[in-house]
Design a protein around this ligand. Structure first.
Ligand SMILES: CC(C)(COP(=O)(O)OP(=O)(O)OC[C@H]1O[C@@H](n2cnc3c(N)ncnc32)[C@H](O)[C@@H]1OP(=O)(O)O)[C@@H](O)C(=O)NCCC(=O)NCCS
Length: 176
């Protein structure tokens, strides 16, 4: 337990079975359900990686989480950012899920997790090359947050899919 007056410290680490997934509750039950039922299974199958934000004095309580995986995007969806030749599909990192526990919203946890995610994307870029990171905003509220954090719409026909090209990722990490 942190003593009264001591600031709490938070850290982001990879999800394990030791974390309490069942008690997690954000504003979006569908995303919570992913954490409860799918996240570990997809980790075991090497399909995705989920990261959780925890407090040092309560290391099993999940305060927020995000999932990173890879996605194939066809050229028609987003030509300007990916600079792919016609008819080609491209691979990008996908921020597939993100949620913050209701009681912790508005404290900067989503920003922390997006920056952690961008850092992970830079690592992927360093070892295999990566064009961009993409995210499908769940609603207008989430879209507005991602736009605020530097993502952009690449194709007006797909307005809920947001992107951040690798150059922008690197710039944002340097400015942080
Ligand atoms: C959306 C959600 C992840 C935001 O989490 P949060 O921890 O409250 O967000 P933060 O406090 O880290 O906010 C990050 C930044 O975005 C800004 N922001 C928050 N909501 C915003 C909005 N609707 N529009 C624009 N900016 C917004 C904050 O002011 C903050 O800006 P700053 O860092 O420049 O000061 C959280 O409300 C949630 O879990 N919602 C339910 C699940 C969900 O919708 N997930 C998104 C799926 S795509």
């Amino acid at each position: 337990m942190t003593e009264i007056g001591q600031p709490r410290h938070y850290k982001i680490e990879m999800l394990t079975s030791a974390h309490d997934r069942r008690s997690f509750e954000s504003e979006n039950p569908k995303i919570d359900d992913y954490l409860k039922r799918m996240a570990l299974q997809r980790m075991k199958r090497h399909q995705a990686r989920t990261f959780v934000i925890i407090a040092d004095d309560e290391p099993t309580a999940i305060l927020g989480f995000y999932t990173l995986t890879m996605a194939t995007i066809s050229f028609d969806e987003s030509p300007p950012i990916y600079k792919a030749p016609p008819g080609k599909s491209v691979t990008a990192a996908l921020l597939a899920q993100m949620a913050v526990a209701k009681t912790y919203s508005g404290k900067g946890f989503a920003r922390k997790m997006v920056m952690h995610c961008l850092h992970n994307c830079r690592q992927i870029d360093a070892v295999s090359g990566l064009l961009a990171i993409t995210v499908d905003a769940a609603d207008e509220n989430a879209k507005s947050l991602y736009l605020h954090l530097g993502f952009e719409v690449a194709d007006e026909r797909d307005p809920m899919r947001l992107h951040m090209p690798m150059d922008a990722v690197i710039k944002k990490l340097e400015m942080d």
